[in-house]
Ligand binder design. Structure first.
Ligand SMILES: [Zn+2]
Ligand SMILES: [Zn+2]
Length: 244
């Protein structure tokens, strides 16, 4: 079977293990390597790959922990060939260690339940997800929970509010008439790895238009997720907008 490249999610979990081990390689016989191998073989990322017993075997996980150690800027020797993505994830751990460790813990906690492993792919889950595809998938799934969404909308309307975007004030009804009635997207102010796996409170949810929602979830190398308040702060004022 062809070698299957490691994804960001897999690297997040492996990097966290190395970071928690003081940035030292872990051996094949190590219980944590055995456990991670078993977990990686269950992830819904590479269809059918686990039919090959060598896929993410303890030996290959141990080898990857060695790659990760040598990809770190602090490592004095020659780096092994871990690949570009390995280097990126290691750099993320160097820049934002607390956030990356928290993301790995949230992912491990979620993957302990078959329900989380079974969440279907979500639209937009792969768009530059620095926290990995599976945490993004889980977060988007959580936000598309209809009863939760309905409760939030009812709460806003009960207080006499209207359904408009908290960031840019876009109102679907004002823009599209009857077609836009009742349309708005619901977003968790805090990502899963910050909030942890908790019951969602209504006040944890923000109402956003589709554009601002995408922009809250978008992330780049060396930059973290942003809350609706962060997004509003970084938007140019109307008089700074380029002409179009
Ligand atoms: Zn908006
Ligand atoms: Zn969201």
């Amino acid at each position: 079977m062809a070698r299957i490249d490691w994804t960001r999610d897999e690297l997040l979990l492996a990097c966290a293990l190395v970071a928690e081990n003081g940035w030292h390689e872990l051996r094949t016989a190590d219980q944590q390597v055995q456990d991670l191998s078993r977990l990686l073989r269950r992830l819904p990322l590479h269809d059918g790959a686990a039919a090959d017993p060598k896929f993410r075997s303890p030996g290959s996980v141990s080898l990857k922990t060695g790659n990760i150690v040598t990809a770190r800027a602090e490592y004095g020797g020659a780096p092994m060939k871990g690949g570009r993505l390995t280097n990126e994830v290691v750099a993320d751990f160097t820049d934002r260690p607390d956030e990356m460790l928290a993301a790995a813990r949230a992912l491990r906690a979620g993957l302990a339940s078959a329900e989380t492993i079974g969440i279907p792919a979500q639209e937009g889950e792969a768009d530059g997800a620095r926290e990995g595809r599976l945490l993004r998938r889980w977060a988007l799934h959580r936000e598309r929970n209809k009863p939760l969404r309905d409760r939030k909308i009812r709460a806003v309307l009960a207080e006499g509010g209207t359904l408009h975007c908290e960031v840019c004030a876009f109102d679907f009804t004002a823009a599209y008439g009857g077609l836009g009635d009742g349309y708005i997207e619901v977003h968790h102010r805090l990502p899963l790895h910050i909030s942890g796996v908790t019951d969602t409170r209504i006040e944890d949810l923000a109402l956003l238009c589709a554009n601002c929602h995408r922009m809250c979830h978008r992330s780049f190398l060396g930059e973290s997720w942003r809350t609706p308040a962060d997004l509003r702060r970084q938007m140019p004022k109307p008089d700074e907008m380029p002409p179009h």
